[in-house]
Design a protein around this ligand. Sequence first.
Ligand code: SAM
Length: 443
Amino acid sequence: FKMKKKQSRQSLVTNTQRALEHFDLHYKPVYKDLWPSMRIALLTAKKTCAIMNNFAQDDKFNKHFYELGAIDIIHNAVNKQLQDIKSKTPTNIEQIERKFVNQNIDNQFDELTDDSDDELLDTTEREKANVLTEEERMNIDRTNLYSFVPTKTVYSENESLRLEESRKSVYTPMDVKVDIIKPRKINIPTDLSVMSFPKGDVQNFPSPKLDIPHGVLCHFMLDAASILPVIALDLDKGDNVLDLCAAPGGKTLTILQTGLPGSLTCNDISGSRINRLLNILHSYIPQEDREHVNIHSKAGSYFTDPIFDKVLVDVPCSTDRHSLLVDDNNLFNPNRINERIELPKLQKELLIAGIKSCRPGGCVVYSTCSLSAAQNDGVIQDTIDDLWRTTSIDIVVEDLSEMTQLFNDFYRFYNECRFGQLVLPSLSSNYGPMYFSRLRRVG
Ligand code: SAM
């Protein structure tokens, strides 16, 4: 009788209910007071942004979206970055920094401080000639945007041992030193245009329309949190980019809209999902531009050659929002328990493949749409741990908190992750969840 009762309960409980029970059990103790509002947001219709298609020439939708009250997230972030620069006193330090800052910001900064050019030339020329004053040299040391500044050390149980010996030689499973470094200023891709309604505004964008002369759709709707891993890639013009788990292609399309990659390689193990990616590319990118995109359908671990400047590893995960809303093909189906438990292992395997495919000096962004610490920080820690133990590859985690400050008008960020940033769903800004972390390969 008890068995029957158990069986009937099993058939009555849906997969989405199982997911909710699981999240209540595991997320409530982590997110504490934040959990009730996150929970209700996850169970409510999500918000989408509109990525404007640069390959369509019809900009009437862009204007229409502004009239509806939408704001361009990218434009807003660039302005914040400019304000940040402007708010600092224009001393010699900043004039020296300027030559390192990306071209777009430079051009706009020039307009703000057009009287400082002569002095800048003077200083940089003197820097080249190695005749800086002592004061100027000290200022460069303090502010050099490219210097790696360790800001935090974690998991170092035996501090004195760590200091005495090199990082690798002190390795034990519980004594891994991870440097979290402050990166140079992020290169915001200014050709990307992402329209979003402000926090608290729950309007929807209309369905995308065809730009008839060019045969492509005018905008693409996406959870705006998905653009953040792409921005975190810090793309430079001409970069050779790998999108290791690319399908169905929202982030691939975002990468292409930046106009920055010199080449883009997309991979996904699933043939049917690769077909969805191809459909998106056909709908948004003209044929001549699609030719620069290489498509593969292989297991991610196939990629090991260190040839890419930037690698996106957007791994399969517990897809929390989806698991709460859609019963079919749900990871919380009891038949899929092993697959779910094995997720962190697969995620680590994919991240290791991504890091191996990245050239020394390049960077890898790891992302999930899960709130699970085991799939987020846990995978980063395990991966670093594994690489230090088994390879000569050296990596550092880059601190992305300055980047997220530029975007916090549109997203709610969680500040407690160790190795990355996390977008928390909330009713006023119902994007995410999205965790992203950037690793730089330094050797
Ligand atoms: N980046 C995609 C986007 O923005 O549209 C979403 C990627 S989705 C979160 C994860 C993808 O990883 C799935 O499409 C899945 O088919 C793929 N995947 C799962 N296991 C894989 C493996 N071993 N190698 C490569 N891709 C894999």
